[in-house]
Ligand binder design. Structure first.
Ligand SMILES: CC(C)(COP(=O)(O)OP(=O)(O)OC[C@H]1O[C@@H](n2cnc3c(N)ncnc32)[C@H](O)[C@@H]1OP(=O)(O)O)[C@@H](O)C(=O)NCCC(=O)NCCS
Length: 328
């Protein structure tokens, strides 16, 4: 097992106040609480209001981790934001966050890996620390997915929610930190989960608004199968790189997309569900933010204790997938 180069120091998160239940969805769409719960495990999700932009949620999560670590924004040399639902397309969400935090000494940029974004961002942050480009990297994963999903499409709308999570990555100090990581992608499958319009290839026009191609489109069944296989692959690879067996893991914190995907991942890894952190029932799929929010919750409720070995894994549009093993 290698000595960690970088560690996660402190956590923070923010989820919007507004709770939207499955029953409320069943009044808007041809769906039911039973269908959504049985197929996904989701009971409710949070929906950001007009006063809860991606930047606001990112700032709230960032301020919590800064308070947790007793750092100020001036102690941060890089702000890395994982998101696929930025407030605007230019400049990056990270630059907006850098500005409102007053992180005057920091570089700032986004990482685009959809639901795998937080794990990709942790890898980038570890690299910045290893190269001595930064002492403290603020990693924030923040999503306002409800602004890019099609509220008239029952096959996607019921799945997503909003929120943000954050951590600081710094040089490993006491043997704790990132033990291994694995990242992968397959862009040939991009069109199974994507936003067809609104980018440079199909700039916004009236037709695009009419045919809803500005919103997330997904081939649910194919994505489901790929997610199960990819999260299993990621866990196997990260464990092998760390020289660990699944039995060494104290808590698996998987991407919270669907309870059936989570259960299949745990089963493949041979981990009982009491070693798996689950909050998909309360937040739905918050894309990049999902592992970051779950980690913060797990830390704050005492499920994560010093010395524990954690495994994160995620899968998302791209396709992208990744896993990270951390000594807490
Ligand atoms: C989306 C998902 C829950 C659908 O579950 P499923 O068991 O695969 O269901 P299917 O897509 O085969 O649809 C079955 C039926 O339910 C219907 N259905 C879809 N969404 C529905 C909803 N919200 N309420 C009621 N019925 C719904 C479909 O229209 C279909 O009806 P039909 O048989 O008359 O055509 C599931 O495929 C999934 O979770 N996929 C992965 C999604 C994901 O996690 N994406 C993000 C990855 S990061």
């Amino acid at each position: 097992m290698r000595r960690p180069i970088a560690e996660l120091w402190g956590t923070g998160s923010y989820t919007p106040k507004r709770v939207l239940t499955n029953d409320e969805f069943s009044k808007m769409l041809d769906t039911s609480d039973q269908w959504i719960r049985e197929r996904t495990g989701i009971r409710e999700r949070r929906v950001a209001g007009a006063d809860e932009s991606n930047a606001c949620m990112a700032k709230a999560a960032a301020e919590q981790v800064l308070a947790d670590t007793e750092l100020t924004a001036l102690d941060v040399q890089a702000v890395v934001v994982a998101t696929c639902s930025p407030d605007r397309l230019l400049p990056s969400q990270a630059c907006d966050l850098q500005a409102i935090l007053g992180a005057k000494n920091a570089a700032a940029f986004d990482v685009g890996a959809a639901c795998t974004g937080f794990l990709y961002a942790l890898n980038v942050a570890e690299g910045l620390v290893a190269a001595e480009q930064a002492e403290h990297v603020l990693v924030v994963a923040s999503e306002k997915l409800t602004s890019i999903m099609d509220w008239t499409d029952r096959t996607t709308a019921v799945l997503f929610g909003d929120g943000a999570g954050a951590t600081i990555v710094r040089r490993g100090t006491t043997g704790r930190g990132i033990l291994s990581s694995y990242m992968k992608s397959d862009g040939t499958l991009a069109e199974l989960l994507y936003r067809p319009g609104g980018g440079a290839a199909h700039p916004p026009d009236e037709a695009l608004l009419k045919d809803h191609s500005y919103y997330i489109k997904m081939a649910g069944r194919e994505v489901f199968k790929a997610a199960v296989l990819s999260m299993a692959d990621a866990c196997d690879k990260a464990l092998a790189r760390a020289g660990l067996a699944a039995g060494d893991i104290d808590l698996l914190i998987p991407h919270q997309a669907n309870i059936r995907i989570i259960e299949a991942t745990a089963k493949h890894a041979g981990l009982p569900m009491d070693k798996v952190y689950v909050n998909v029932d309360r937040f739905g799929n918050t894309s990049a933010a999902s592992v970051a929010i779950a980690l913060d919750e797990a830390v704050r409720c005492g499920r994560v204790q010093p010395g524990m070995k954690l495994m994160f894994c995620a899968f998302g549009a791209g396709f992208t997938w990744a896993s990270t093993v951390v000594q807490w």
